[in-house]
Ligand binder design. Sequence first.
Ligand SMILES: C[S@@+](CC[C@H](N)C(=O)[O-])C[C@H]1O[C@@H](n2cnc3c(N)ncnc32)[C@H](O)[C@@H]1O
Length: 252
Amino acid sequence: MDSFIPWIGGKKLLRKEIVNRFPENYTKYKYVEVFGGAAWVLFYKQESVLEIYNDINGELVNLFRCVKYHAEAVEKELEFVLNSREIFNEFKNQNTKYMTDIQRAARYLYLIKASYGAKVTTFGIKCRDISNMDAVYKIKDRLSKVAVENKSFTDIIKQYNKEDVLLYLDPPYHNTEKFYDTSDFIFNEDTHTQLSNMLKEFKGKFLLSYNDDTYIRELYKDFNIEEVSRSNNLSITNGRKNLFRELIIRNY
Ligand SMILES: C[S@@+](CC[C@H](N)C(=O)[O-])C[C@H]1O[C@@H](n2cnc3c(N)ncnc32)[C@H](O)[C@@H]1O
Protein backbone atom coordinates (compact mmCIF):
# COMPACT_ATOMS: atom_id res chain seq x y z
CA MET A 1 0.00 0.00 0.00
CA ASP A 2 1.22 3.55 -0.74
CA SER A 3 1.48 6.29 1.86
CA PHE A 4 -1.14 9.05 1.70
CA ILE A 5 1.47 11.82 1.54
CA PRO A 6 4.82 12.58 -0.07
CA TRP A 7 7.61 13.43 2.40
CA ILE A 8 11.18 14.73 2.26
CA GLY A 9 13.42 11.67 2.25
CA GLY A 10 10.35 9.38 1.95
CA LYS A 11 11.33 5.81 1.06
CA LYS A 12 8.88 5.25 -1.79
CA LEU A 13 11.66 4.17 -4.18
CA LEU A 14 13.64 2.13 -1.67
CA ARG A 15 10.86 0.41 0.27
CA LYS A 16 11.05 -2.87 -1.66
CA GLU A 17 14.83 -3.17 -1.15
CA ILE A 18 14.31 -2.47 2.56
CA VAL A 19 11.47 -4.92 3.19
CA ASN A 20 13.33 -7.62 1.19
CA ARG A 21 16.10 -7.35 3.80
CA PHE A 22 13.85 -7.66 6.84
CA PRO A 23 14.41 -10.88 8.84
CA GLU A 24 12.56 -14.01 7.78
CA ASN A 25 9.19 -14.13 9.58
CA TYR A 26 9.52 -10.41 10.29
CA THR A 27 5.79 -10.12 10.95
CA LYS A 28 6.32 -12.06 14.20
CA TYR A 29 8.50 -9.26 15.58
CA LYS A 30 7.03 -6.14 17.19
CA TYR A 31 7.74 -3.49 14.54
CA VAL A 32 8.82 0.03 15.47
CA GLU A 33 9.34 2.71 12.82
CA VAL A 34 11.46 5.19 14.77
CA PHE A 35 11.68 8.09 12.26
CA GLY A 36 8.22 7.63 10.75
CA GLY A 37 7.80 10.52 8.25
CA ALA A 38 5.24 9.38 5.65
CA ALA A 39 5.84 5.74 6.69
CA TRP A 40 6.36 4.38 3.16
CA VAL A 41 7.98 1.22 4.54
CA LEU A 42 5.35 0.58 7.21
CA PHE A 43 2.51 0.86 4.68
CA TYR A 44 4.33 -1.36 2.15
CA LYS A 45 5.23 -4.30 4.40
CA GLN A 46 2.94 -7.04 5.72
CA GLU A 47 1.22 -6.36 9.03
CA SER A 48 3.23 -7.34 12.10
CA VAL A 49 1.97 -8.58 15.49
CA LEU A 50 2.38 -5.06 16.90
CA GLU A 51 3.26 -1.87 15.03
CA ILE A 52 4.45 1.51 16.29
CA TYR A 53 4.79 4.63 14.15
CA ASN A 54 6.88 7.38 15.75
CA ASP A 55 8.05 10.85 14.72
CA ILE A 56 9.21 13.93 16.62
CA ASN A 57 7.23 16.30 14.35
CA GLY A 58 4.06 17.06 16.35
CA GLU A 59 2.06 18.41 13.37
CA LEU A 60 2.79 15.27 11.37
CA VAL A 61 1.88 12.99 14.28
CA ASN A 62 -1.34 14.94 14.87
CA LEU A 63 -2.18 14.41 11.17
CA PHE A 64 -1.59 10.65 11.49
CA ARG A 65 -3.79 10.50 14.60
CA CYS A 66 -6.59 12.53 13.01
CA VAL A 67 -6.51 10.36 9.87
CA LYS A 68 -6.76 7.31 12.14
CA TYR A 69 -9.66 8.60 14.28
CA HIS A 70 -11.34 11.50 12.42
CA ALA A 71 -10.77 11.09 8.66
CA GLU A 72 -14.32 12.28 7.84
CA ALA A 73 -13.86 15.46 9.87
CA VAL A 74 -10.52 16.20 8.19
CA GLU A 75 -12.19 15.72 4.80
CA LYS A 76 -14.95 18.15 5.75
CA GLU A 77 -12.41 20.83 6.69
CA LEU A 78 -10.92 20.66 3.17
CA GLU A 79 -14.17 20.11 1.25
CA PHE A 80 -14.26 23.36 -0.75
CA VAL A 81 -10.63 24.42 -0.46
CA LEU A 82 -8.89 25.24 -3.76
CA ASN A 83 -5.35 24.54 -4.90
CA SER A 84 -3.92 28.07 -4.96
CA ARG A 85 -0.86 30.00 -3.86
CA GLU A 86 -2.98 32.51 -1.90
CA ILE A 87 -4.69 29.82 0.16
CA PHE A 88 -1.38 28.03 0.65
CA ASN A 89 0.21 31.19 2.07
CA GLU A 90 -2.82 31.90 4.24
CA PHE A 91 -2.68 28.38 5.74
CA LYS A 92 1.07 28.64 6.18
CA ASN A 93 0.86 31.91 8.11
CA GLN A 94 -2.02 30.87 10.37
CA ASN A 95 -1.48 30.80 14.11
CA THR A 96 -2.34 27.21 15.10
CA LYS A 97 -2.57 27.95 18.82
CA TYR A 98 -6.38 28.10 19.04
CA MET A 99 -7.16 25.53 16.33
CA THR A 100 -8.66 22.13 17.07
CA ASP A 101 -6.54 19.05 16.34
CA ILE A 102 -8.72 18.39 13.29
CA GLN A 103 -8.22 21.91 11.91
CA ARG A 104 -4.46 21.60 12.45
CA ALA A 105 -4.43 18.21 10.71
CA ALA A 106 -6.36 19.54 7.70
CA ARG A 107 -4.07 22.58 7.47
CA TYR A 108 -0.93 20.41 7.59
CA LEU A 109 -2.28 17.92 5.04
CA TYR A 110 -3.02 20.84 2.69
CA LEU A 111 0.47 22.30 3.19
CA ILE A 112 2.15 18.95 2.48
CA LYS A 113 0.06 18.27 -0.62
CA ALA A 114 0.29 21.78 -2.11
CA SER A 115 3.94 22.53 -1.35
CA TYR A 116 6.99 22.05 -3.53
CA GLY A 117 8.64 18.71 -2.68
CA ALA A 118 6.39 18.31 0.43
CA LYS A 119 8.64 20.82 2.18
CA VAL A 120 5.60 22.72 3.55
CA THR A 121 7.37 26.04 2.92
CA THR A 122 6.71 27.10 -0.71
CA PHE A 123 3.74 26.54 -3.00
CA GLY A 124 4.41 24.00 -5.79
CA ILE A 125 2.70 24.81 -9.09
CA LYS A 126 0.94 21.61 -10.16
CA CYS A 127 -2.60 20.55 -11.09
CA ARG A 128 -3.93 18.46 -8.24
CA ASP A 129 -7.24 17.61 -6.64
CA ILE A 130 -6.40 18.91 -3.20
CA SER A 131 -9.58 17.69 -1.52
CA ASN A 132 -9.38 14.13 -2.89
CA MET A 133 -9.33 11.92 0.21
CA ASP A 134 -9.23 8.42 -1.37
CA ALA A 135 -5.68 7.80 -0.13
CA VAL A 136 -6.58 9.03 3.34
CA TYR A 137 -9.46 6.57 3.68
CA LYS A 138 -7.28 3.61 2.62
CA ILE A 139 -4.67 4.55 5.20
CA LYS A 140 -7.27 5.10 7.93
CA ASP A 141 -8.07 1.36 7.97
CA ARG A 142 -4.40 0.36 7.91
CA LEU A 143 -3.65 2.75 10.78
CA SER A 144 -6.39 1.29 12.95
CA LYS A 145 -3.87 -1.31 14.20
CA VAL A 146 -0.86 1.01 14.43
CA ALA A 147 0.06 2.90 17.63
CA VAL A 148 1.12 6.47 16.85
CA GLU A 149 3.81 8.03 19.06
CA ASN A 150 5.36 11.49 19.22
CA LYS A 151 8.71 10.88 20.92
CA SER A 152 12.34 11.46 20.26
CA PHE A 153 14.26 8.45 18.96
CA THR A 154 16.15 8.15 22.26
CA ASP A 155 12.94 7.54 24.24
CA ILE A 156 11.32 5.18 21.76
CA ILE A 157 14.48 3.03 21.36
CA LYS A 158 14.90 2.80 25.15
CA GLN A 159 11.23 1.80 25.52
CA TYR A 160 11.45 -1.00 22.94
CA ASN A 161 14.95 -2.33 23.63
CA LYS A 162 13.79 -5.97 23.64
CA GLU A 163 14.74 -9.15 21.77
CA ASP A 164 11.39 -9.56 20.02
CA VAL A 165 11.49 -6.08 18.42
CA LEU A 166 12.44 -5.11 14.86
CA LEU A 167 13.37 -1.44 14.47
CA TYR A 168 13.32 0.29 11.11
CA LEU A 169 15.21 3.59 11.30
CA ASP A 170 15.38 6.27 8.62
CA PRO A 171 16.99 9.26 10.37
CA PRO A 172 17.67 12.64 8.76
CA TYR A 173 20.62 11.98 6.48
CA HIS A 174 24.04 13.25 7.43
CA ASN A 175 24.31 16.89 6.21
CA THR A 176 20.59 17.18 5.31
CA GLU A 177 19.32 17.52 8.90
CA LYS A 178 18.06 21.09 8.40
CA PHE A 179 15.23 19.96 6.09
CA TYR A 180 13.18 18.62 8.99
CA ASP A 181 11.08 20.50 11.53
CA THR A 182 12.29 18.79 14.71
CA SER A 183 11.03 21.43 17.19
CA ASP A 184 13.79 22.15 19.70
CA PHE A 185 15.66 18.96 18.93
CA ILE A 186 18.87 19.63 17.00
CA PHE A 187 20.05 16.75 14.82
CA ASN A 188 23.82 16.98 14.33
CA GLU A 189 26.93 14.77 14.36
CA ASP A 190 26.63 14.24 18.11
CA THR A 191 23.09 12.96 17.55
CA HIS A 192 24.18 10.59 14.77
CA THR A 193 26.82 9.24 17.18
CA GLN A 194 24.28 8.96 20.00
CA LEU A 195 22.00 6.94 17.71
CA SER A 196 24.81 4.58 16.72
CA ASN A 197 25.78 4.08 20.39
CA MET A 198 22.19 3.20 21.26
CA LEU A 199 22.00 0.76 18.36
CA LYS A 200 25.22 -0.96 19.48
CA GLU A 201 23.39 -1.82 22.73
CA PHE A 202 20.09 -2.75 21.07
CA LYS A 203 18.87 -6.26 22.01
CA GLY A 204 16.48 -6.86 19.09
CA LYS A 205 17.03 -6.53 15.35
CA PHE A 206 17.44 -3.26 13.48
CA LEU A 207 17.61 -2.08 9.87
CA LEU A 208 18.83 1.44 9.23
CA SER A 209 18.85 3.46 5.98
CA TYR A 210 21.34 6.32 5.44
CA ASN A 211 23.09 8.29 2.74
CA ASP A 212 26.37 6.75 1.61
CA ASP A 213 28.87 8.83 3.48
CA THR A 214 32.31 8.12 5.01
CA TYR A 215 31.23 9.49 8.40
CA ILE A 216 28.26 7.11 8.56
CA ARG A 217 30.29 4.16 7.26
CA GLU A 218 32.80 4.74 10.06
CA LEU A 219 30.06 4.94 12.74
CA TYR A 220 28.59 1.59 11.66
CA LYS A 221 31.74 -0.25 10.54
CA ASP A 222 31.00 -3.17 12.92
CA PHE A 223 27.64 -3.90 11.27
CA ASN A 224 26.44 -5.42 8.01
CA ILE A 225 26.57 -2.52 5.49
CA GLU A 226 25.17 -2.81 1.95
CA GLU A 227 25.20 -0.16 -0.75
CA VAL A 228 22.05 0.35 -2.83
CA SER A 229 21.35 2.85 -5.64
CA ARG A 230 18.20 4.56 -6.79
CA SER A 231 17.54 7.19 -9.46
CA ASN A 232 17.52 10.75 -8.15
CA ASN A 233 14.53 12.78 -9.40
CA LEU A 234 16.22 16.04 -8.43
CA SER A 235 19.53 15.45 -10.20
CA ILE A 236 19.43 15.08 -14.00
CA THR A 237 22.34 15.17 -16.48
CA ASN A 238 21.75 15.12 -20.28
CA GLY A 239 18.10 14.22 -19.68
CA ARG A 240 18.97 11.19 -17.54
CA LYS A 241 18.42 10.86 -13.80
CA ASN A 242 21.64 10.45 -11.82
CA LEU A 243 21.98 7.65 -9.31
CA PHE A 244 21.89 8.35 -5.59
CA ARG A 245 23.77 5.90 -3.35
CA GLU A 246 22.30 4.87 -0.03
CA LEU A 247 23.29 2.43 2.69
CA ILE A 248 21.27 -0.31 4.32
CA ILE A 249 22.80 -1.21 7.68
CA ARG A 250 21.73 -4.19 9.78
CA ASN A 251 22.74 -5.95 12.99
CA TYR A 252 21.81 -9.38 11.58
C1 LIG B 1 14.06 10.66 6.35
S1 LIG B 1 12.61 11.14 7.20
C2 LIG B 1 11.73 9.61 7.34
C3 LIG B 1 11.04 9.27 6.05
C4 LIG B 1 10.19 8.02 6.12
N1 LIG B 1 10.99 6.82 6.22
C5 LIG B 1 9.27 7.93 4.91
O1 LIG B 1 9.30 6.93 4.16
O2 LIG B 1 8.52 8.87 4.68
C6 LIG B 1 13.18 11.44 8.82
C7 LIG B 1 12.11 11.73 9.85
O3 LIG B 1 12.75 11.77 11.14
C8 LIG B 1 12.02 12.69 11.94
N2 LIG B 1 12.91 13.06 13.07
C9 LIG B 1 13.90 13.98 13.07
N3 LIG B 1 14.50 14.02 14.28
C10 LIG B 1 13.89 13.10 15.05
C11 LIG B 1 14.09 12.65 16.39
N4 LIG B 1 15.00 13.19 17.18
N5 LIG B 1 13.29 11.65 16.86
C12 LIG B 1 12.31 11.10 16.07
N6 LIG B 1 12.07 11.50 14.79
C13 LIG B 1 12.86 12.47 14.28
C14 LIG B 1 11.67 13.83 11.01
O4 LIG B 1 10.58 14.57 11.50
C15 LIG B 1 11.39 13.07 9.69
O5 LIG B 1 10.01 12.86 9.51
